[in-house]
Design a protein around this ligand. Structure first.
Ligand SMILES: C[C@@]1(CC(=O)O)c2cc3[nH]c(cc4nc(cc5[nH]c(cc(n2)[C@H]1CCC(=O)O)[C@@](C)(CC(=O)O)[C@@H]5CCC(=O)O)C(CC(=O)O)=C4CCC(=O)O)c(CCC(=O)O)c3CC(=O)O
Ligand SMILES: NC(=O)C1=CN([C@@H]2O[C@H](COP(=O)(O)OP(=O)(O)OC[C@H]3O[C@@H](n4cnc5c(N)ncnc54)[C@H](O)[C@@H]3O)[C@@H](O)[C@H]2O)C=CC1
Length: 230
């Protein structure tokens, strides 16, 4: 399986099953997508933040539909909503199977929650995710050991502290250096020096420097080396 980042902004995502798992997936996709959850009953407070995935939680963008579709009705829901992704998260294997089959026939992405191990071609797995704003790390065990994905996600949470600020700094620095016409090799050296500088990480993490100060320092430093033609 190959990891990709997929933009779901304002596209329909259809989740079958409103238990703990369906709610978790719905919450995650509702960051961007218009999510519909179809289920005869719903987990209590499906949109309360949970410790599994705090940063992923959201309250909006979800329609709850109380229904218990059989296999035919599952296909009808998919045809009616034309989702970009179907999530099969019921506790009924036949219903999940129907959702997978129909999605596959229609060429729609499908995530099946009740299966580990070998997947059907074209299926997608939901990885564990650590997010610091624009910085995202996803962990998967190739659909074999989700508890390990969760464990590693927790370990990586500390590593990512300050990553969003660092990304902001590097993006601004590389844009400005490009504008100044600094050659690619030199830009690469500067960017890689900044990202591996532990003092900069500490300053960003502790709030001792804000991103604009760091950006200014890096660019001033380069200018004083004669890197700026102005
Ligand atoms: C294949 C996959 C399909 C998919 O859903 O995409 C799948 C399948 C299954 N999970 C099961 C169980 C558990 N899943 C979790 C947790 C998570 N599961 C997630 C993803 C995936 N789970 C995909 C593979 C990802 C990969 O490649 O690693 C995460 C990462 C993302 C998310 O779901 O949001 C999220 C952690 C989020 C986080 O915390 O960061 C826990 C831990 C817990 O709940 O504490 C348990 C209990 C412990 C255990 O059993 O391991 C079962 C057995 C059900 C049963 O026995 O009845 C199946 C089905 C089966 O095994 O047949
Ligand atoms: N991928 C993952 O991370 C995990 C997957 N699982 C698997 O996912 C499945 C769901 O797990 P939970 O949410 O914990 O189970 P759950 O039993 O809490 O929720 C299942 C939901 O599906 C609904 N449902 C039943 N028939 C339906 C139908 N015809 N159409 C729509 N909804 C229907 C039920 O009303 C219930 O709300 C389990 O069968 C389990 O095998 C379990 C744990 C983690």
């Amino acid at each position: 399986m190959i990891p990709l980042l997929h933009d779901f902004t304002d596209v329909p995502v259809l989740v079958f099953g409103g238990g703990r798992v369906g709610a978790r997936k719905a919450r995650r996709f509702a960051r961007e997508a218009d999510v519909t959850v179809v289920s005869p009953e719903f987990a209590d407070e499906p949109f309360a933040p949970d410790e599994a995935d705090d940063a992923e939680s959201t309250a909006g963008n979800v329609d709850f539909v109380r229904a218990e579709p059989d296999s035919d009705a599952v296909a009808e829901w998919i045809d009616r909503l034309e989702p970009a992704l179907v999530v099969a998260a019921t506790d009924d294997e036949t219903v999940n199977e129907a959702a997978v089959e129909t999605a596959r026939e229609r060429g729609i992405l499908v995530n099946r929650a009740d299966r580990a191990g070998e997947r059907d071609p074209g299926s997608v797995v939901v990885p564990a995710t650590v997010r610091d704003e624009q910085v995202v790390v996803s962990i998967s065990t190739g659909a074999t050991a989700p508890a390990l994905s969760k464990h590693l996600r927790r370990e990586l949470e500390d590593t990512l502290e300050g990553a969003s600020e660092m990304a902001t700094v590097l993006a601004a620095v590389r844009t400005e250096l490009k504008r100044r016409g600094v050659p690619a090799n030199r830009r690469r050296t500067i960017v890689s020096d900044v990202v591996s500088d532990s003092a900069t990480w500490t300053a960003l993490r502790t709030g001792n420097s804000n991103t604009s100060q760091v950006i200014e320092d890096v660019l001033d430093d380069e200018r004083s080396r004669g890197g700026d033609p102005r």
